[in-house]
Design a binder for this molecule. Structure first.
Ligand code: GLN
Length: 482
């Protein structure tokens, strides 16, 4: 049962060939058997899940239930769940039980979807390998010595290892698409504002967006449909945010104009990844896609620009963790000392680094030189991309310059890891929808293809991704797990 896609599982649930309880149990059984080897989940919520499954079954029995009613799923542990611990993989939030639910979680409960558990991530979603989690390592299902990518590594690994048919992560600079690429699954970051951020713990609010994972574009589209829509609790939520999967399979590559920015396909890209990407492009061309190379010079500045804007916003957002409002507090005499001790000891290294960089970039005297400049470059990047999208349907590139890399590899320092965000960052800068689909494999390790479309072009982008998925023929290839 765990090998079925969400669409297949849904058909069986709707026809009542299987029950929502059976679907949940099958996933818990597999998680208990193999997740010890992968560490995708930080927390399982079995008791709550069985209650949700029972409610789902009642909806299914009554007839006319929503498409994903009874479907089990996982949430990245920076999406708040009322009554269920939410840690952001940080010691600062250890044991924190939220008094409210994220809008996405509420929406999925309303549709009878069944939450299996919360998945591992880099602390506060800051990272590219999930190694910055304060709690555990997560391993790539294709090779347990390797990283699943990050920061939503747990959500990507869970879907890849068939520990959930769908899951959700958050994407600030690539954290849904890059782990999807490394784990051989589909990961989608919608247009900024199509999925509510209410209850997503803020990292860099102007870039953050929740996004779904699936083993197929169809499942990813169904998961997006379940949570897309305007939300009055999120001031950046778009008015016409709802989405329907109905037209997904009308997608075709015939005459579809695709642009490859040469700045995302230079020496940074590993030769093995290049080869897989080029082979993929040939398959798309064979189905009628028209591929051209373009130049978007500002994209070269994406990584440096992002690593000013994201830490700047993070330094402000993370000011709320003082040990009083949330999580544990280290008492050290007076108030200021206690707050300093709490933050100093309970935040991890990478988080502290970013708070310092961000505070510096925003401070009087440096604001213009760093933050203001970065915002100007951000505008330039968005404009250049929007301009190319007037003449082309999608911008494409590899999702990540490399396939999965070894865990705890000393040759990859934090700077090298940051360079891996080259291809994914541009979409966040302009709020563009962007999706990673498996393109092929290099030495049995998956390589992702990234497709990015114009703002509010999510429908067409997903159609293009669906058509590309058919042409690439990776669907059905699973990691070597029993
Ligand atoms: N790797 C990027 C970072 O470390 C992106 C993270 C994300 O999208 N949450 O900030």
């Amino acid at each position: 049962m765990t090998g079925l896609t969400a669409a297949e599982l849904s058909a069986k649930l709707q026809s009542r060939e299987i029950s929502a309880q059976e679907a949940a149990e099958a996933h818990f059984d597999r998680i208990e058997t193999i997740d010890g080897d992968y560490g995708a989940y930080l927390l399982l919520c079995r008791e709550e899940a069985m209650k949700q499954a029972e409610a789902a079954q009642a909806m299914l029995d009554a007839g006319d239930a929503p498409a994903l009613c009874g479907i089990p799923y996982a949430l990245k542990d920076n999406i708040v769940t009322k009554g269920i611990t939410t840690t952001c993989a940080s010691k600062v939030l250890e044991g924190w039980v939220p008094p409210y639910s994220a809008s996405v979680y509420q929406q999925m409960q309303n549709q009878g979807m069944v939450l299996l558990g919360k998945t591992n991530l880099d602390e506060f979603a800051m990272g590219t390998s999930t190694e910055n989690s304060a709690y555990q390592l997560t391993r790539c299902p294709w090779d347990p010595h390797c990283s699943p990518g990050g920061s939503s590594g747990g959500s990507a690994a869970a879907v890849s290892a068939e520990l959930a048919p769908i899951s959700f992560g958050s994407d600030t600079g690539g954290s849904v698409r890059q782990p999807a690429s490394l784990c051989g699954v589909v990961g989608f970051k919608p247009t900024y504002g199509r999925i509510s951020r209410y209850g997503l713990v803020a990292f860099a609010s102007s870039l953050d967006q929740i996004g779904p994972f699936g083993r197929t574009v169809e499942d990813t589209s169904l998961a997006f449909e379940a949570v897309a829509g305007h939300d009055r609790h999120d001031s950046t939520s778009l008015p016409n945010a709802a989405y329907s999967s109905k037209e997904l399979k009308s997608g075709s590559l015939k005459g579809l104009k695709m642009a490859i920015p040469k700045e995302l396909f230079g020496d940074e890209v590993d030769p093995g990844v290049k080869e897989v990407f080029e082979r993929g492009i040939k398959k798309l061309q064979a189905e009628g896609a028209i591929v051209s190379i373009v130049s978007l010079p500002s994209l070269q500045l994406g990584v440096t620009t992002y690593y000013i804007i994201a830490p700047a916003e993070a330094s402000s957002n993370l000011g709320r963790y003082d040990g009083i409002r949330f999580g544990p507090r280290i008492e050290e005499g007076d108030h200021n000392k206690s707050t300093a001790m709490t933050r100093g000891q309970l935040f991890g290294h990478e988080v502290k680094l970013r708070i310092m960089v961000g505070t510096y970039a925003l401070s009087a005297g440096y604001y213009d030189a760093y933050y203001h400049r970065a915002q100007q470059v951000r505008g330039l990047m968005a404009d250049e991309m929007a301009e190319v999208m007037k003449e082309h349907d999608v911008i494409i590139s590899p999702t990540s310059p490399v396939s999965s890399f070894r865990l705890e590899d000393d040759s990859l320092d934090q700077m090298a890891l940051k360079m891996l965000d080259l291809c994914t960052i541009p979409a966040n800068m302009g709020g563009f929808p962007s999706i990673s689909i498996p393109c092929g494999a290099d030495n049995d390790m998956p390589v992702g293809l990234l497709l990015t479309g114009p703002v509010m072009g999510d429908e067409k982008l997903l159609q293009a991704a669906w058509a590309a998925e058919q042409a690439l023929g990776f669907v059905g290839r699973r990691p070597p797990i029993l």
